[in-house]
Design a protein around this ligand. Structure first.
Ligand code: CP
Ligand code: NVA
Length: 305
């Protein structure tokens, strides 16, 4: 029985499809299972700011009849005010589930080792599994057959890219990632993704040429060039990412009925032009809405025996 969601690598293909199906059920009937978390409490332990992740979990727990406690970065101060292990052991005495948003993935792993309750990774520097599963659901909603979808990610090889790659490789979807030199996806993760892809038939490619990557895409996806915690690198990065902006002329190489996706928050006229993110191909707010349904499905999958 799967207990934590530290990365989508923790899940089998069957698990991923189960979560996608549960998401659809909960999207159709948001208040079904409304007693599922009655008398239960969920802690959100966040080292970084959040809109979608925090609000979708809080509303999801409310729909399920539970209580959510948000612990802001200054509140718990993981590893500074007290050790990660002590936080995990203490919170396990009060709570039924922890959603953690951290800088390092090691903090997620450490919470998981020391907690007696499930840990959901609500974003680390390495992964964003709740986002990756939502993205898969959103793509399935638009294209139905995930096995024949071509997803192109243009931009920084980051946490969102990693989880998108892993999610797609679990279900046979194809992904091409175009990054500037020096900002490629993590090599070890790419190898794990390629191994999954061999089993499911996904075709995974990486390149430094955004035009080549977008050619024939069903989905064009981008994320911020400056992730949380990278603010000091902004000046240097911005210069290197010119040419990787998603705009109309780049998207002209995608299929006619392509969709544009972005996990948000977005920086208009940095990684994406206004006319693309606010244009007729954009599904970013369907994607944002689906965070709610997917978060609920993840909690149900992990906690409902
Ligand atoms: N996409 C996403 O995780 O958004 P937040 O950082 O606002 O939670
Ligand atoms: N890559 C971004 C995702 C935000 C949801 C970050 O880590 O800041």
């Amino acid at each position: 029985m799967q207990r934590d969601l530290k990365s989508i690598l923790d899940l089998s293909t069957v698990d991923v499809h189960k979560i996608l199906n549960l998401t659809q059920t909960l999207k159709n009937k948001p208040l079904s299972k409304n007693k599922f978390l009655q008398g239960k409490s969920v802690g959100l332990v966040f080292e970084k700011p959040s809109n979608r992740t925090r609000v979708s979990f809080e509303v999801g727990v409310y729909h399920f009849g539970g209580k959510c406690i948000y612990l802001s970065p200054g509140e718990i101060n993981l590893g500074v005010r007290e050790s990660v292990a002590d936080v995990a052991k203490t919170l396990s005495r009060y709570l039924d589930l922890i959603v953690a948003r951290t800088f390092s993935q090691e903090t997620i792993e450490e919470l998981s080792v020391h907690a007696d309750i499930p840990i959901i990774n609500g974003l680390s520097d390495l992964y964003h599994p709740c986002q990756g599963l939502t993205d898969l659901f959103t793509i399935q909603e638009k294209f139905e057959d995930l096995a024949n979808v071509n997803i192109t990610y243009v931009g920084d090889g980051n946490n969102v890219t990693h989880s998108l790659l892993i999610a797609a490789s679990k279900v046979g979807a194809n992904v091409t990632v175009a990054t500037p030199q020096g900002f490629e996806v993590n090599e070890e993760i790419l190898q794990q993704v390629q191994k999954e892809a061999e089993k499911t038939g996904s075709v995974i490619k990486t390149t430094h040429d955004p035009k080549e990557a977008v050619t024939g895409a069903d989905v064009v996806y981008t994320d911020t060039w400056i992730s949380m915690g990278q603010e000091e690198e902004a000046k240097e990065k911005l210069a290197k990412f010119e040419g990787f902006r998603v705009n109309r002329s780049l998207c002209a190489h995608a299929k006619e009925n392509f969709v544009f996706m972005h996990c948000l928050p977005a920086h208009r006229d940095q990684e994406v032009c206004k006319n693309t993110i606010d244009g007729e191909h954009s599904i970013v707010f369907d994607q944002a809405e689906n965070r709610l349904h997917t978060q609920k499905a993840i909690m149900l999958f992990l906690l409902d025996n």
